[in-house]
Design a protein around this ligand. Structure first.
Ligand code: ADP
Ligand code: ZN
Ligand code: MG
Length: 271
């Protein structure tokens, strides 16, 4: 089959750092930089007995984001522990939201590129699944024989904006990220500077025959931090998946790393 015989299906999980002055569960500053491990306290370092207190401003900012994207703001919402063991997390778990997120549903209006400059591009709505709150982790720097950790960023508030698998081209994804960034930064919720790591996204991609309702097996590319990388990794992944299917090789559900230098994706782990 040819490329035109397939429809691509893309869903994004966007992480945006909220521009509050202090962290999500303590009063340490979120300010970028500073000597390593100086923006830390017993709460964000998870000392026994430390009591996390939810930052009211964080909730207000995330609700603002939800209202700006037409979500339903839930009346009851809670935080959950997501266990994972890696030295960038001082607690060995991340406080996130699992089954009761702050915002549900919603959509983001996008404008597609116009056919020529005199015209307006087509507008459509991209559906959102949810927006929830979580906390960021520390930063690891690896050397030949050892690694150093800086926990200044640990506990910085993040919101995760999860879209439905509702985009079908890298142009749509680019328009979605542009629209989302404009909305969130205009509302003063986050600066959304991808170069500074304030906005990062996980890109989920699958393909299916045109006309088919059933979703194909998805591949996830994590932590992409520039819009051009997002575009390139989608374009590469679509070609790879079509190539696999054409050759009769099944797509496996997995996480793949995008190598910006080589412009290719490589398998990391299967799910
Ligand atoms: P996971 O639990 O693996 O993270 P989810 O179902 O929560 O999977 O979806 C995560 C993201 O993947 C969402 O943004 C969603 O839109 C997207 N997604 C889900 N299924 C597909 C698919 N078949 N193709 C492309 N994207 C998908
Ligand atoms: Zn702290
Ligand atoms: Mg995911």
């Amino acid at each position: 089959m040819l490329r035109e015989d397939y429809e691509m299906v893309i869903g994004l999980e966007v992480h945006a750092e909220l521009s509050t002055k202090t962290k999500i569960f303590c009063s340490c500053p979120t300010e970028f930089g500073g000597e390593p491990n100086t923006h830390c306290c017993p709460v964000c370092m998870a000392m026994p007995g430390a009591l996390p207190v939810l930052n009211k401003r964080v909730v207000e900012y995330a609700i603002k984001a939800g209202l700006a994207t037409n979500c339903n703001i839930t009346r009851v919402s809670k935080n959950d522990r997501k266990n994972y063991f890696y030295p960038d997390s001082p607690k060995n778990y991340q406080l996130s939201q699992y089954d009761q997120p702050l915002c549900l549903g919603g959509n983001v209006e996008i404008e597609l590129p116009a056919a020529n400059r005199a015209e307006m591009g087509e507008h459509r709505l991209v559906k959102l699944t949810r927006i929830h709150l979580e906390e960021d982790v520390g930063k690891l720097t690896h050397f030949a024989h050892d690694s150093l950790v800086d926990y200044n960023r640990a506990g910085t508030p993040l919101m995760e904006i999860v879209s439905e698998p509702d985009m079908h081209s890298s142009d749509e994804v680019f328009a979605y990220l542009t629209s989302l960034r404009n909305t969130i930064s205009a509302a003063g919720i986050s600066d959304c500077d991808m170069e500074k790591g304030q906005m990062r996204c996980d890109v989920n991609v699958s393909i299916r025959p045109v006309g088919s309702e059933k979703f194909g097996v998805k591949v996830e590319m994590k932590n992409i931090n520039s819009t051009s990388h997002v575009r390139n990794c989608i374009d590469y992944e679509i070609r790879r998946q079509i190539d696999c299917i054409t050759k009769g090789i099944p797509i496996v559900q997995e996480t793949r790393r995008y190598d910006a230098q080589l412009g290719i994706t490589q398998s990391m782990r299967s799910k």
